[in-house]
Write a protein that binds this ligand. Structure first.
Ligand code: CP
Ligand code: NVA
Length: 307
């Protein structure tokens, strides 16, 4: 008997959510944080597959634990251990996995590969990081901002957020967050390392790119950074290290931010490159709360997609 395609919802980018929906999801993440392991089990009898073509610590572990705490199961399919690593067409893999699993969490290189999986798999597909974006990380980042500054802070047009460094997948997802919620985002990137121009345009005056880290952090309440060379860019490490001189988030730069500012970093971090050890380990750092919130935010996400 032929299979009837199922209706489903994906989470490929933050702009897949409306403002109220995103705020609702973050509110639910806060509830899951309080519920801990004792909450309801909306994933009973469901299995989440993690298709990872890049390395991961936080994303992999937080999704596996989230699925378990929601009463479901999970499994990891690393490309090197599967037929994906030997070139099996993605449309075949996606259709087969959709016959066994209830959700696919995918970390890969090109965003088009994620979109192809979402087209071929008739189960929810979640972006667990591509070269273009990392929306699951933003759920945790925005939850952390809500904890520190109140649930509606990021919806205020005068709420100042700074991004220092590469206009990479994380910078793009901060732009997506800006487009949905409306806070004020200033990104300091060296020339040649700007974020996605289309996303910048979509933020219509609420986000801008500058070349001076000091200008970006001036008065900021949230200061974000990330590695200078992302996964897949290892060969550019030396060139990038030269291009990003002066883009370290260190105590001197933090002097220009609001004294109540928090520092976010999705991790893994390189102390002494994009962030000084004193800042990462200092009182303004929220990075370990931020990392913890991956679990709570993804429980809210899985519940929304599968519950
Ligand atoms: N921040 C983040 O996504 O970490 P991992 O690469 O360890 O999953
Ligand atoms: N920009 C980094 C984020 C890692 C979580 C990368 O893509 O490697």
């Amino acid at each position: 008997m032929a299979r009837t395609p199922r209706a489903k919802r994906d989470f490929l980018k933050l702009t897949d959510l409306g403002r109220e929906e995103l705020q609702g999801l973050l509110g639910r993440a806060a509830e899951w944080k309080l519920l801990g392991k004792d909450g309801p089990k909306p994933l009973a009898r469901q299995t989440v597959g993690l298709v990872f073509e890049k390395a991961s610590t936080r994303t992999r572990v937080s999704f596996e634990v989230a699925a378990a705490q929601l009463g479901g199961g999970s499994l990891l399919l690393a490309s090197r251990d599967s037929q994906l690593g030997r070139g099996e067409p993605i449309e075949d893999t996606a259709r087969v996995l959709a016959r066994y699993l209830d959700c696919l969490v995918v970390r890969t290189f090109g965003h088009d590969r994620l979109e192809a999986i979402a087209r071929w798999a008739d189960i929810p597909v979640v972006n667990a990081l591509t070269d273009a974006s990392h929306p699951c990380q933003l759920l945790a980042d925005l939850q952390t901002v809500a904890e520190r500054f109140g649930p509606d802070a990021a919806t205020r047009a005068d709420f100042p957020v700074a991004w220092i460094g590469d206009g990479n997948n994380m910078a793009n997802s901060w732009l997506e967050a800006c487009a949905v919620l409306g806070f004020r985002l200033t990104l300091a990137c060296p020339a040649g390392y700007d974020p996605d121009a289309g996303l910048l345009a979509r933020c219509a005056g609420r986000a801008r790119v500058v070349r001076s880290p000091r200008e970006a952090v001036s008065g900021a309440l949230v200061v974000n950074t990330d590695v200078w060379a992302s996964m897949g860019q290892e060969a550019e490490q030396a060139v990038r290290a030269r291009a990003f001189q002066g883009f370290i988030v260190d105590p001197a730069l933090m002097q220009a931010a609001d004294p109540k500012a928090v520092v976010l970093h999705c991790l893994p971090a390189h102390r002494g490159e994009e962030i000084a050890a004193e800042v990462l380990e200092g009182p303004q750092s929220a990075v370990f709360d931020q990392a913890e919130n991956r679990l709570h935010a993804q429980k809210a996400l899985l519940e929304m997609l599968l519950g």
